[in-house]
Design a protein. Structure first.
Length: 123
Protein backbone atom coordinates (compact mmCIF):
# COMPACT_ATOMS: atom_id res chain seq x y z
CA UNK A 1 0.00 0.00 0.00
CA UNK A 2 1.39 3.40 -0.95
CA UNK A 3 0.58 4.99 2.40
CA UNK A 4 2.68 2.34 4.17
CA UNK A 5 5.74 4.04 2.72
CA UNK A 6 4.80 7.31 4.33
CA UNK A 7 7.24 7.93 7.16
CA UNK A 8 5.70 10.24 9.71
CA UNK A 9 7.02 10.39 13.21
CA UNK A 10 4.57 11.93 15.65
CA UNK A 11 6.12 12.44 19.06
CA UNK A 12 4.74 13.65 22.35
CA UNK A 13 6.11 17.10 21.51
CA UNK A 14 3.45 17.61 18.82
CA UNK A 15 0.74 15.12 19.70
CA UNK A 16 -1.47 14.48 22.70
CA UNK A 17 -4.71 12.69 23.41
CA UNK A 18 -7.82 13.65 25.35
CA UNK A 19 -10.48 11.49 26.97
CA UNK A 20 -13.97 12.89 27.26
CA UNK A 21 -16.02 11.89 30.34
CA UNK A 22 -18.67 10.26 28.14
CA UNK A 23 -16.25 7.96 26.26
CA UNK A 24 -13.39 5.53 26.76
CA UNK A 25 -11.89 6.61 23.43
CA UNK A 26 -8.68 8.61 23.40
CA UNK A 27 -9.01 11.45 20.89
CA UNK A 28 -5.62 12.32 19.37
CA UNK A 29 -4.95 15.99 18.65
CA UNK A 30 -2.07 18.22 17.62
CA UNK A 31 -0.54 19.91 20.65
CA UNK A 32 0.32 23.22 18.88
CA UNK A 33 -3.38 23.69 17.98
CA UNK A 34 -4.66 22.36 21.29
CA UNK A 35 -7.82 20.55 22.33
CA UNK A 36 -10.92 22.49 21.31
CA UNK A 37 -13.40 19.67 21.64
CA UNK A 38 -14.96 17.75 18.79
CA UNK A 39 -14.95 20.53 16.23
CA UNK A 40 -14.35 20.35 12.49
CA UNK A 41 -12.30 22.55 10.20
CA UNK A 42 -8.87 24.12 9.98
CA UNK A 43 -8.84 25.20 13.62
CA UNK A 44 -9.44 21.66 14.87
CA UNK A 45 -6.38 19.79 16.03
CA UNK A 46 -8.07 16.40 15.88
CA UNK A 47 -6.60 13.83 13.53
CA UNK A 48 -7.47 10.23 12.70
CA UNK A 49 -5.38 7.12 13.06
CA UNK A 50 -7.25 4.25 11.44
CA UNK A 51 -7.89 2.41 8.19
CA UNK A 52 -9.98 5.21 6.69
CA UNK A 53 -7.27 7.77 7.41
CA UNK A 54 -4.67 5.54 5.76
CA UNK A 55 -6.82 5.04 2.65
CA UNK A 56 -7.59 8.77 2.47
CA UNK A 57 -3.86 9.50 2.01
CA UNK A 58 -3.11 6.51 -0.25
CA UNK A 59 -3.14 6.71 -4.04
CA UNK A 60 -3.98 3.05 -4.57
CA UNK A 61 -3.56 -0.44 -3.16
CA UNK A 62 -0.78 -2.75 -4.38
CA UNK A 63 -2.93 -5.86 -4.82
CA UNK A 64 -5.57 -6.18 -7.56
CA UNK A 65 -8.74 -7.01 -5.58
CA UNK A 66 -7.96 -4.53 -2.81
CA UNK A 67 -7.21 -1.85 -5.40
CA UNK A 68 -10.55 -2.49 -7.11
CA UNK A 69 -12.36 -2.25 -3.75
CA UNK A 70 -10.40 0.94 -2.94
CA UNK A 71 -11.49 2.55 -6.23
CA UNK A 72 -15.11 1.46 -5.70
CA UNK A 73 -15.22 3.01 -2.23
CA UNK A 74 -13.93 6.40 -3.34
CA UNK A 75 -16.12 6.34 -6.44
CA UNK A 76 -19.13 5.66 -4.20
CA UNK A 77 -18.36 8.57 -1.85
CA UNK A 78 -17.34 10.88 -4.68
CA UNK A 79 -14.16 12.51 -3.43
CA UNK A 80 -11.31 12.46 -0.96
CA UNK A 81 -11.06 12.73 1.93
CA UNK A 82 -14.01 10.61 3.02
CA UNK A 83 -15.35 11.42 6.48
CA UNK A 84 -18.49 9.27 6.44
CA UNK A 85 -18.60 7.18 9.63
CA UNK A 86 -19.77 4.11 7.70
CA UNK A 87 -16.67 4.26 5.52
CA UNK A 88 -14.53 3.18 8.49
CA UNK A 89 -15.77 -0.40 8.22
CA UNK A 90 -15.46 -0.39 4.43
CA UNK A 91 -11.84 0.79 4.76
CA UNK A 92 -11.12 -1.94 7.30
CA UNK A 93 -12.46 -4.55 4.89
CA UNK A 94 -10.28 -3.19 2.09
CA UNK A 95 -7.21 -3.47 4.31
CA UNK A 96 -8.18 -7.03 5.31
CA UNK A 97 -8.58 -7.93 1.62
CA UNK A 98 -5.16 -6.42 0.89
CA UNK A 99 -3.58 -8.46 3.69
CA UNK A 100 -5.23 -11.68 2.51
CA UNK A 101 -3.99 -11.11 -1.04
CA UNK A 102 -0.51 -10.26 0.20
CA UNK A 103 -0.36 -13.36 2.42
CA UNK A 104 -1.30 -15.51 -0.58
CA UNK A 105 1.49 -13.89 -2.62
CA UNK A 106 4.00 -14.59 0.14
CA UNK A 107 3.03 -18.23 0.76
CA UNK A 108 3.26 -18.90 -2.99
CA UNK A 109 6.73 -17.36 -3.26
CA UNK A 110 9.19 -20.25 -3.75
CA UNK A 111 12.06 -18.18 -2.39
CA UNK A 112 10.23 -17.92 0.94
CA UNK A 113 8.69 -21.40 1.06
CA UNK A 114 11.65 -23.40 -0.29
CA UNK A 115 12.97 -26.08 2.02
CA UNK A 116 16.53 -25.31 0.90
CA UNK A 117 18.66 -23.43 3.39
CA UNK A 118 20.14 -20.04 2.57
CA UNK A 119 23.57 -21.71 2.24
CA UNK A 120 22.24 -24.25 -0.28
CA UNK A 121 20.62 -21.49 -2.33
CA UNK A 122 23.90 -19.54 -2.42
CA UNK A 123 25.72 -22.45 -4.13
Amino acid sequence: MSSARLKVKITSTISRSMVEPWSYVKFPYLKPIGWKGLVDGKDSGIYRVNALARLNVANDMSTPLANEAYKNMFEFFGKKPVHNILAYNWARLIEILYRAERILELVQDPEITSKKSAQEKAK
